[in-house]
Design a protein around this ligand. Structure first.
Ligand code: ADP
Length: 409
């Protein structure tokens, strides 16, 4: 096959039990290959990928993250041959603590700092470190960049990022609010600006990233001013299996009245709550919506709770803005559930929010994803598909063009 003169960026997202990846051809951004290694570390681990349009499935029984990534790279080499021309690798990193305000070229010191943040994201950061080390081993000399979920929120002012607890816990243990999903909030914010024909730096937005994890962000003049997630991704709005905000005394109450240990309550709040806990049906919004539509009252209640708590989270974050130009829905739920968008917006009338039912029903396919009525004088309501992998590829590309490999390696 003829060797292309374009270059490729491999984006790697090592999750707690999965590895997602995408291989982009720059400058156009075509996806050459992408896929997911799921249930990594278990006997059922499997790798599903699409390479140059061909779907492939590979079993990964009991492989760790390092070996799973080696299998992904082997599959790319076997199927792309000399069309594989990786010039840079971008890693999605969940937690960068206070170390990182933007994407950074990875060296040993950076790996150490990512590892130090493991106490703030124990399920994710150790997997990221393994992914980075494996990628260096497979592609020696290829520059690698870390793009942090927390970086976009490093602009929060102290009154937004501190908890109202004794200040010494911030000083000694860096206990503070960090926020997550920054790459997605930043990306959809910029897309909204492009769709509205306005500079991102002049917009005031509330963005709602609604996937399995959910968070809201207040963006003023292109800068994150506040967000709903905190020290960990448990704080804030209701999610698939996570409760979001609860009374901080709940741990003690459940210990005294139900005999639950700290660890059991933490597991309950992270893995058995949210849509799953309230509905008793599923953590998946599609299944909860289907159950509600066929008359399941608890599923309907879960949807009402989800929408109300989301609206409350957005209204709270409006305190960080001096005006509101648009609200943006994204993530699997935000992009696909007209019901959640409509129920949430019904609680946001105080912000002048209005939704056009016909536009909402076809959102995503409508022009620029705007679902507020053409006649509305209030903030625009928008539906914008997120693309964190592409954002990571672009950040990797722009960082390396400002800081070329030869200058800093
Ligand atoms: P992740 O956080 O893993 O990236 P996604 O952004 O893919 O998650 O979002 C997953 C959520 O999106 C699930 O709750 C899923 O049910 C929901 N979702 C996907 N498609 C639809 C749909 N058509 N209607 C309602 N919810 C949907």
């Amino acid at each position: 096959m003829e060797k292309s003169h374009q270059h490729q960026i491999l984006v790697i997202n090592c999750g707690s039990s999965s590895i997602k990846f995408a291989l982009f051809e720059l400058p156009k951004g075509d996806v050459v290959a992408n896929g997911l290694a799921d249930r990594v570390g278990t006997a059922d681990a499997a790798l599903d990928l699409v390479v140059a349009g061909h779907p492939l499935q590979i079993t990964l029984a009991a492989q760790d993250h390092g070996n799973a990534l080696r299998e992904i790279i082997k599959a790319l080499e076997a199927n792309l041959g000399d069309r594989l021309e990786i010039t840079a690798i971008g890693h999605r990193i969940v937690h960068g603590g206070e170390f990182f305000r933007s994407a950074v070229r990875i060296n040993e010191a950076v790996v150490k700092q990512i590892d130090e943040c493991s106490k703030l994201a124990p399920l994710h950061n150790p997997a990221h470190v393994l992914g980075i080390r494996t990628a260096f081993e497979c592609f020696p000399g290829v520059p690698q960049v870390a793009v942090f979920d927390t970086a976009f929120h490093q602009t929060l002012p102290p009154h937004a990022f501190l908890y109202a607890i004794p200040y010494e816990y911030y000083e000694t243990l860096a206990v503070r609010r960090y926020g997550m999903h920054g790459t997605s909030h930043h990306f959809v914010g910029m897309q909204a600006a492009a769709a509205l024909g306005r500079p991102f730096e002049s917009l005031s937005l509330l963005t709602a990233h609604l996937g399995n994890g959910c968070s809201v962000c207040a963006i003023r003049d292109g800068i994150s001013m506040d967000t709903s997630m905190g020290l960990t991704p448990l704080e804030g709005v209701m999610m698939g299996t996570r409760s979001g905000d609860v009374d901080p005394n709940l741990h003690l109450f459940l210990q005294e009245n139900a005999g639950l240990s700290l660890e059991q309550t933490t597991t309950m709040l992270n893995r058995k709550s949210g849509l799953l806990g309230v509905s008793g049906v599923s953590n998946d919004m599609r299944a909860v919506s289907a159950a509600a539509a066929s008359g399941n009252a608890r599923a309907a209640l879960a949807i009402d709770l989800f929408s109300y708590r989301l609206a409350k989270g957005m209204l709270a974050l409006a305190a960080a803005l001096d005006r509101l130009d648009a609200i943006v829905f994204t993530g699997g739920i935000g992009e696909n559930s007209a019901v959640i968008r409509s129920k949430t917006c019904a609680h946001l009338g105080i912000l002048g929010i209005q939704v056009d039912d016909a536009r909402n029903a076809v959102a995503g396919k409508s022009s620029e994803g705007i679902i507020s009525p053409a006649s509305s004088s209030g903030p625009q309501v928008m539906v914008i598909a997120t693309n964190e992998e592409w954002m990571i590829a672009r950040s990797t590309e722009s960082l390396l063009s400002e800081d070329p490999p030869s200058a800093s390696s």
